[in-house]
Design a protein around this ligand. Structure first.
Ligand code: MTE
Length: 452
């Protein structure tokens, strides 16, 4: 194998070199030799300051501001910590137990046909922790035995096939980061201001690294009809008869038959053991517990595409097969329900995405859209993926309205709510990608408002 790391330094181990043993390194107080050395240096520094008399004490007081959390050595620095196997599948700290997926009470008649929203206000970067990935089920979720699960490919193919999970996981796989957004995300804002927090206004949105076999590989494997096969139908194995038509050019482009999410198998709520990943397209097409793909020559017009997930237009007509999630963004902090502590510096942060490609720019306004400044996009900036943006802000303590406006690499600019209503009316449920406004009151309280 060629060694490309030309700048790497190669050192030879001394003759009597013995590799350090981890058990020896970690002594009974639970600290590595290196960490103990660091602590000793810190104590010596603190000791020297105290020994220097009143001036030293004043300095220590000034830095720690008399805070016992900094002046006293805490219990956890003096005792043995927990054993390695105490938490065999890592869980968040007990101090983070408030950060949860939440259901909106009363949104649906039964919880099996409901949504749990991702707490966007508490997340960093672009990846959604798997346990906080939003859920949307039409008829509840199941934990399906992968050994019993099958994927059938039929219809306009030369060789219809049934694949086991083992068959699929032997095939060439890819791993890609993509957002998934339910077409009904931000639905409650169409008519007026409806929900208090970003979790409920935008939390049917998550982003993960998905792993699986490209659908194109499976379609080739079955010899799909290249002349007449114009669409595929994806079908789920739950009781909701979830079926969605996808046109063949998209199916051959970047659609993945996925079993992996963020480096492990999919979670049951998100389709374990197999789901369709349809980058840039509304969540309903990401069929979970995927059991069948049929190739055909026309759309199937199933219930979830003919009468649900359609756009009510102002002239009374309905638009079907709106698939692509248009460019959108939202400030996640500060956002509705949060409280600014005091005037001064804040980092305004949020997420931007486009179902048509990459986010090119995000502008942020703190005066309700009169003036805009360009935010920093944090890498990686990937196609059909969430992009994190940040911008510095010094709050002067006065009332203001925070907004973000995303622009994608097709040049499309995220619209204001009244611009969207002008072409779409107010009766819609789906595909609201309008600019979101958060009002900051003089008290520091942040709330959801609409700015026209
Ligand atoms: N697939 C099946 N089989 N059953 C479902 O109820 N819900 C769809 C889609 N795939 C659904 C499904 C909808 S409406 C959405 S928005 C996404 O799954 C949600 O995916 P998630 O629960 O992993 O977030």
């Amino acid at each position: 194998m060629r060694d490309n790391n030309k700048s790497g330094r190669i050192v030879r181990a001394p003759e009597n070199f013995v590799a350090p043993d981890l058990a020896q390194e970690i002594t009974r107080d639970g600290l590595s030799a290196e960490r103990r050395g660091f602590l000793r240096r810190s104590f010596m520094a603190a000791g020297a300051a105290l020994a220097a008399g009143a001036a030293g004490r004043a300095a220590a007081q000034a830095v720690g501001d008399g805070d016992p959390a900094i002046l006293n050595l805490p219990q956890h620095s003096r005792t043995l910590g927990q054993a390695v196997a105490a938490n065999p599948y890592g869980q968040p700290s007990k101090y983070e137990t408030n950060l949860l997926r939440r259901e909106s009470p009363g949104l649906t008649r039964v919880s099996q046909a409901s949504v749990s929203f991702t707490p966007l206000q508490g997340l960093f970067g672009i990846i959604t922790p798997s346990g906080l990935h939003f859920e949307r089920h039409h008829q509840g979720w199941h934990d399906i035995d992968p050994a019993q699960h099958r994927l059938m490919i039929n219809g306009m193919v030369k060789n219809p096939k049934v694949y086991t999970m083992d068959d699929l996981m032997r095939m060439p796989s890819v791993s890609r980061m993509h957002f998934i957004e339910c077409g009904a995300n931000t639905a409650m804002e169409w008519g007026n201001v409806a929900v208090p927090t970003v979790q409920y206004s935008h939390g049917m949105l998550s982003c993960s690294e998905f792993t699986g076999v490209p659908l194109s590989v499976l379609l080739e494997d079955c010899g799909y009809d290249k002349k007449n096969g114009k669409f595929v139908l994806a079908e789920g194995a739950d009781g909701s008869s979830m079926t969605r038509t996808i046109d063949i050019s998209r199916a051959l482009d970047d659609v993945i038959v996925a079993w992996g999410m963020n480096g492990e198998m999919l979670r049951p709520e998100n389709g374990y053991p197999l789901r369709l990943v349809v980058p840039g397209v509304q969540g309903v097409s990401w069929v979970k517990w995927l059991r069948r793909i049929e190739v055909g020559d026309q759309p199937w017009a199933t219930k979830d595409e003919a009468i649900h997930y359609i756009d009510a237009m102002p002239d009374g007509s309905y638009r079907q097969y709106t698939s692509t999630q248009e460019c959108k963004s939202v400030i996640t902090t500060p956002s509705g329900g949060q409280q600014l502590l005091d005037k001064g510096f804040y980092n305004i942060t949020g997420l931007a995405w486009s179902g048509r490609g990459k986010v090119k720019r995000v502008d942020v306004s703190v005066d309700g859209g009169r003036n805009w400044r360009t935010a920093r996009l944090e890498g990686p900036v990937l196609g059909k993926c969430l992009t994190r943006f940040n911008i510095d802000w010094v709050w002067d303590g006065g009332p203001c309205v925070l907004q973000s406006r995303a622009i994608d690499d097709t040049g499309y600019v995220q619209p204001k709510i009244n611009e969207l209503r002008a072409v779409r009316g107010t009766r819609s449920i789906y595909h609201n990608n309008a600019i979101q406004s958060w009002k900051v009151a003089e008290t520091g309280e942040v709330s959801n408002v609409q700015v026209y």
